[in-house]
Design a protein around this ligand. Structure first.
Ligand code: NAD
Length: 496
């Protein structure tokens, strides 16, 4: 499709400027609230990818980015962070127009993105290597951490800028350059973001964006010979494909994939607080969150009373226009995702689960891409509704007897991204957090994340960690240098 000139048009962003697509194609991007196309986006292909990767490669090899000191890089990142914070409302409006998330949450997310950048800006000049005390005489050995080079960043539609910043901030602090491929459903905010970095003084080629579809842009990006590492957030199917492609080219990856996280409530918990934690776990962001607490494990003795409290809490929840600050649950972000959630509701019913809340779409709201918050009881953990990621406002409730039972059920899924335990008993909390296999565990809270704290998955939820000090190492190679202080090279036929 060529561009509809009446609509705003987003080009790729390559080498410090907007760049039209090599083949001249554009695709529409829609607002999930009113269903209307609001902009046209460049449809990239391997030619655009090559242009962007080579620009990133030049910026990495030639400078001025690569010749800056880490402190200079950090100062520039700080400047970009301030600019982003000053434009948070505008960026949030653009992102929200694409994914239908609550404006209140997206504004907060974009502001937090600035904090993310500042954390890593501060870290840029604090990555210290080591002098190695070796067992060999007459040598001085030390390590150097060196930026890997060009990083591919591939992101989903649920929190595009946030999930980009989780990769972009440590990659820049490490001294890398990047090519970002945002989701085809939410491209616009990333193109706008790249221009803000240029405005802040970032040299051309450090941050590039190629928009388009997974097989047309994502795949050639992963396979490009000058890309060293892939930072990916998305679903398991694309994650597996990217892992295979990366392996065949010996590239490193960080993969942040899906989840089926258990939110576990014991009978000694403060049940009213736990209700809020359960709601935040599954109904915030319309359930479109990788860390969603989509399995509610309830101790049998409190099962009925807890469900009553949960239903009472959900009675007055407001669905509607996500740009209205009073709205609590917005539309589903994409049409395929909407269809997928509805199909899982049917699967759950067919499996024998009992729907005690919701279970229907809401054609009367906006363009009708709404699904009521849905709760299924009488779920067994082997059912598909308990095993597979729905990525929507659908909660599967499973009863359990004691700690061992909760641990067994909690761990009995392919995923291991997150989970929570609600209890007043410290020993119980420690037992559960020791034994649950997940990258993040919350006790008496849900959904907290921070730039200071490692995030990532066990099992099929992913590989590697984002956020926190160690995340920067994903973007660095370790080199060991051996300097001889001996005047004579020892016997060349015997290994030292
Ligand atoms: P998706 O996997 O369909 O797409 C993610 C990105 O990968 C998109 O940019 C897409 O274009 C690209 N892509 C698709 N196929 C590709 C290929 N063959 N090669 C290269 N790139 C390709 O995911 P989505 O539907 O956009 O997002 C939802 C998924 O993301 C859910 O499964 C969710 O759990 C996951 N997610 C995980 C986290 C986390 O941190 N663990 C956070 C948010 C979302």
């Amino acid at each position: 499709m060529t561009s509809d000139s009446a609509l705003p048009q987003y080009e790729h962003y390559i080498d410090g400027r907007p760049t039209p697509p090599a083949d001249g194609g554009y695709f529409p991007t829609d607002n999930p609230w009113d269903g209307k196309t609001w902009a046209m986006v460049a449809r990239g292909n391997a030619k655009d990818v090559d242009l962007a990767v080579m620009a990133a490669h030049r910026a990495f090899e030639v400078g001025p980015w690569s010749t800056m000191t880490p402190s200079e890089r950090g100062r520039l990142m700080w400047k970009a962070a301030d600019l982003i914070a000053s434009k948070a409302e505008r960026l949030a409006l653009i992102e929200q127009r694409d994914n239908g998330k609550l404006i209140t949450e997206v504004v907060a997310q974009v502001r937090y993105m600035a904090d993310y950048l500042k954390y890593y800006a501060g870290l840029a000049d604090k990555i210290q290597s080591a002098v190695i005390p070796t067992d060999k005489k007459g040598v001085f050995a030390y390590t150097r951490y060196e930026a890997k080079g060009v990083i591919a960043i591939i992101t989903p539609w649920n929190s595009p800028l946030t999930l980009t910043s989780w990769k972009l901030a440590p990659a820049l602090a490490a001294g890398c350059t990047v090519v970002v491929k945002p989701s085809e459903f939410t491209s616009a905010s990333m193109v706008e973001l790249a221009a803000i970095f240029t405005e802040a003084g970032f040299p051309p080629g450090v941050i590039n964006v190629v928009t388009g579809f997974g097989p047309e842009v994502g795949q050639p990006l992963v396979e490009h010979r000058k890309v060293e590492h892939i930072g990916f957030t998305g679903g398991s199917v694309a994650g597996k494909r990217i892992y295979e492609l990366a392996a065949s080219h010996f590239k490193t990856v960080t993969l942040e994939l899906g989840g089926k996280s258990p939110n576990i409530v014991f009978d000694d918990a403060d049940l009213d607080q736990a209700v809020k934690g359960v709601v935040s776990g599954i109904f915030a962001a319309t359930g479109q969150s990788c860390q969603a607490g989509s399995r509610l494990l309830l101790q049998r003795s409190i099962h009925d009373v807890f469900i009553e409290k949960l239903l009472a809490f959900m009675k007055d929840v407001r669905l509607g226009d996500p740009s209205d600050p009073q709205t609590q649950i917005g539309p589903v972000a994409t049409r395929p995702q909407f269809e997928k959630i509805l199909s899982y509701i049917e699967i759950a019913k067919a499996e024998g689960a009992e729907c005690v809340l919701g279970g229907r779409s809401r054609p009367d709201l906006g363009a009708g891409q709404f699904i009521e918050p849905t709760i299924f009881v009488k779920v067994r953990n082997e059912m598909r509704i308990a095993q597979e990621e729905v990525f929507g406002p659908v909660l599967a409730v499973i009863p359990f007897d004691d700690e061992e039972d909760a641990i067994r059920i909690g761990n009995d899924v392919a995923y291991g991204l997150a989970g929570a335990v609600w209890t007043r008993d410290l020993k119980r909390a420690m037992l559960m957090t020791d034994r649950l296999k997940a990258g993040t565990l919350w006790v008496n809270n849900y959904r907290a994340t921070s730039f200071t704290s490692p995030f990532g998955g066990y099992k099929e939820s992913g590989i590697g960690r984002e956020s926190g000090i160690d995340a920067i190492k994903e973007y660095l190679h370790t080199k060991c240098v051996w300097m001889s202080s001996d005047l004579e090279v020892p016997n060349p036929f015997i290994r030292r």
